[in-house]
Ligand binder design. Structure first.
Ligand SMILES: Nc1ncnc2c1ncn2[C@@H]1O[C@H](COP(=O)(O)OP(=O)(O)OP(=O)(O)O)[C@@H](O)[C@H]1O
Length: 248
């Protein structure tokens, strides 16, 4: 990537009428980083993700992938740049089999990108996400936590460089959350992926990421090591009355 960040937001602002959901947020993400995004309800986390993945066009500011501007780019251009994401509510094809959902993602795999062995085909991807035994079941028949894994598998099938995860641990049991966190680290370590992970469960996230961004009322109020961020007075203030940041 010629020393450029994989993805960079410069002063990205998203307005909905009179509401500024994301307010001049700048952040650069380097290859191989595992970064968390936290913030109280309505802080702008998902809206920022929507801008990073091309789902919505920022009202102001710019995005760069590998140093090239993505201004005005359609969502498929973001996908071509290797940006893949999951949604807060998993978007899987309920009536298709688990394997067919992965096949759908594979259709979007960048042809030029060489497939890492773990992402070679639907079989290897199902092994990686732990859903081989469910391959033939309709997606509607698997559990909600398995549907989250399936959505990650569909995103992986596109062979991304950057994976955006929106609350993939929501509603999971403690054991499932730990398994999800191990999977995410493995993806980063073995697939050389950059991962940006939004999670409402702050203490979980802080245990597993190396860097964390904090959004509050659309603004980025902190960006650094989890151990530093939890001591930041503005961060503590932002969480008062919502949920306290528990020490990592
Ligand atoms: N499509 C939209 N139209 C109007 N307002 C919106 C839209 N999407 C989000 N908002 C508003 O923008 C603000 C930020 O919302 P966003 O969903 O990005 O926050 P969040 O940090 O992801 O919150 P949560 O943790 O509750 O998911 C909120 O005030 C929300 O009501």
């Amino acid at each position: 990537m010629n020393g450029h960040p994989l993805l960079e937001a410069r002063e990205v602002t998203v307005r909905f009428g009179g509401l500024t959901a994301v307010d001049a947020v700048s952040a650069a993400f380097a290859p191989g980083e595992l970064v968390g995004i936290i913030g109280p309800n309505g802080a702008g986390k998902t809206t920022f993700f929507n801008a990073l993945s091309g789902v919505i066009v920022p009202s102001a500011g710019e995005l760069f992938a590998g140093g090239a501007s993505l201004a005005g780019a359609a969502p498929h251009r973001f996908a071509q740049q290797g940006i893949a994401r999951t949604f807060q509510t998993p978007r899987v094809f309920a009536e298709l089999s688990v394997a067919a959902n992965i096949d759908f993602g594979l259709q979007f795999a960048g042809r030029k990108r060489e497939a890492p062995p773990l992402l070679k085909d639907a079989g290897t991807i199902l092994d990686l996400i732990g859903l081989s035994a469910q391959a033939a079941l309709p997606a509607a028949a698997i559990t909600p936590s398995q549907q989250r894994l399936l959505e990650i598998g569909m995103a992986l099938a596109t062979r991304p460089r950057l994976l955006l995860l929106d609350e993939v641990a929501a509603g999971l049991t403690e054991a499932e959350v730990e398994a999800m966190a191990r999977l995410i680290r493995r993806l980063r370590d073995e697939l050389d992926l950059t991962v940006i992970w939004i999670e409402h469960a702050v203490s979980t996230l802080l245990r597993h990421v190396e860097r964390v961004l904090v959004l509050h009322q659309g603004r980025k109020i902190a960006d650094g090591l989890p151990s530093e961020v939890v001591r930041n007075a503005e961060v503590i203030e932002a969480y008062l009355g919502d949920e306290m940041v528990e020490p990592a």
